[in-house]
Write a protein that binds this ligand. Structure first.
Ligand code: GDP
Ligand code: MG
Length: 210
């Protein structure tokens, strides 16, 4: 089964991000804690080179706590990439991620700190923004492609944070990865067959699904 979902708005977002990335101080890359590897977009790796990036494993309430611990250790120790796990619907946890990120950046307090939230669709980017803002400023929903534009939110302590539309990549390989992403809700239901995905998910062991 081949699944491809790379609509026009994702190409536009890629172009937008390529231009915008140089203007921000750091990136919060929002991954799905249930599938941190499959939900890593190679394009984010490419454009974030040289930029401080915190991997935020969101939806930890839906993930196996032991697997999440293993993933955090793996990112920190094997890949030397800072990572935290949060439940983005909780304001205190959203701030844990933000404060970790801010603490790693040398900043001139007179200047606004600019952060950007990036990731594939449906990982909880807008939810985290709302939790940080303490009010619903961005539309959220358990379907991909709810956020269509870059949106700036001003937080306390002279911080601006940008929400962005989720993006995938043109060819998701191997096909199993596309199925895992579809099972997590990252791919539009116009591009998948529910029965195929349900069958795939039911036949996987937990190890493969992460
Ligand atoms: N259980 C759980 N659901 C979450 C969490 N964060 C976001 N969600 C849900 O995930 C769905 C997608 O969230 P959204 O913020 O729109 O994702 P975005 O596409 O990355 O902006 C929504 O139904 C949210 O309520 C979380 O930490 N735990
Ligand atoms: Mg969004």
């Amino acid at each position: 089964m081949t699944i491809q979902w790379f609509p026009g708005h994702m190409i536009e977002t890629q172009n937008l991000l390529e231009n915008a990335i140089s203007k921000v101080d750091a990136v919060l890359e929002i991954l799905d804690a249930r599938l941190p590897r499959a939900s890593s977009n190679p394009f984010v790796n490419k454009i974030c080179k040289g930029k401080f990036r915190l991997k935020v494993l969101n939806k930890k309430d839906l993930a196996d706590p032991w697997q999440t611990k293993l993933w955090l250790d793996y990112f920190e120790k094997k890949e030397n990439k800072p990572a935290v796990a949060i439940c983005g619907t909780q304001k205190s946890q959203a701030y844990e991620a933000l404060n970790y990120c801010v603490g790693k950046i040398t900043r001139n307090r007179a200047r606004k700190l600019k952060l950007m939230v990036l990731g594939i669709p449906n990982t909880g980017k807008s939810t985290i923004l709302n939790a940080l803002a303490g009010k619903k400023i961005a539309k959220t929903g358990n379907v991909p492609a709810i956020t269509r534009h870059k949106q700036r939110t001003s937080l306390k302590n002279n911080i601006d944070i940008y929400d962005t539309p989720g993006i995938l990549w043109p060819v998701i390989e191997p096909p199993e990865k596309a199925c895992i992403l579809a099972a997590s809700g990252a791919i539009s239901d116009t591009a998948i067959d529910y029965n195929d995905i349900a069958f795939f998910a039911a036949n996987q062991s937990e190890d493969i699904l992460i």
